[in-house]
Design a protein around this ligand. Sequence first.
Ligand code: NAD
Ligand code: LMR
Length: 358
Amino acid sequence: MNQGADIHHRIARISAHLNPPTNHLQMEGGSSLLRADCRAKGGSPGFKVAILGAAGGIGQPLSMLMKMNPLVSVLHLYDVVNTPGVTSDISHMDTGAVVRGFVGQTQLEDALTGMDLVIIPAGVPRKPGMTRDDLFNINAGIVKTLSEGIAKCCPKAIVNVISNPVNSTVPIAAEVFKKAGTYDPRRLLGVTMLDVVRANTFVAEVLGLDPREVDVPVVGGHAGVTILPLLSQIKPACSFTQEETKYLTTRIQNGGTEVVEAKAGAGSATLSMAYAAVKFADACLRGLRGDAGVIECAFVSSQVTELPFFASRVRLGRNGVEEIYPLGPLNEYERAGLEAAKKELGGSIDKGVSFVRK
Ligand SMILES: NC(=O)c1ccc[n+]([C@@H]2O[C@H](COP(=O)([O-])OP(=O)(O)OC[C@H]3O[C@@H](n4cnc5c(N)ncnc54)[C@H](O)[C@@H]3O)[C@@H](O)[C@H]2O)c1
Ligand SMILES: O=C(O)C[C@H](O)C(=O)O
């Protein structure tokens, strides 16, 4: 066989056992194909991460940022459209993770098999005038289907749910996992990190600080009054006037709507969300690696209140959520906020549970 034919033969051989439609098939040179294949098979240390909804407004920058994360060795990009292009594009970044693309329901199982962490930003976003709950009718079914795939193909994966309404989609995923007999509450987390990111930013603005120096716990859920910033517990310790407290609480609770209105029909937060999702996913991966003291806020199965799910500070470890911290001392304003949050949150959780049990 001449040299050109030999290379073509090697490419064909490798193509046959790489997942379709991977970017590697478009690379030139048999030797690089072989090396990428070895790394994909676990030759390089790191975690295997799938992003479901990878071609969307959040999915694309999230995929790019996860490709830059040194803890990721394999990155699977799944969507019902456009993943071949996104995968090809992102795969040219000279970072460690091997990227593979999967498109359409028939490739969902391949996308999920063997994953350590699955991030779900699949689903429709809000338009001005809509609540997150208005997305339920479409997104509930999407999250249900994707969760069924996870239960079947990677039941031990940590799952980060971004799709709205998070207050309902997390209970939906939990019910699907219960039905499948795979539910481990420690491994299912609703992503509320954007609320913390916003709270840090807005509080830093008021205090004249660098946002990186500020840490605001945000508890409850991820919609309107269920988003409850605990300004009395911020680090560094600081007090606010009543006016500042009201301004900050309202702005943090309406952060999503602020972006939806500014985008004027073109969707909701995508870039700040991708940043927040990566910050949270990185914390989950550091926990999986066994790092000590990884603490973030997340919407999880919880006994912190009488509700079955609640967002609060959690410690992340090798099994996902290793410890859930109590809310700590609340001031009068926060106690009233907690009551309002619980009232709305209870209904959203029930709605998610009934969707699967019906
Ligand atoms: N948790 C949060 O803090 C937070 C923040 C921002 C947005 N969100 C939510 O994230 C979701 C996505 O927002 P976006 O701006 O990226 O929307 P988008 O419309 O830009 O992207 C969504 C992607 O999901 C894909 N998709 C649809 N059905 C799918 C399925 N069955 N399987 C896989 N992929 C599927 C679409 O093809 C699309 O590429 C929305 O529900 C939005 O409300 C949550
Ligand atoms: O507001 C939205 O609809 C998207 C997201 O939940 C956000 O908080 O930005």
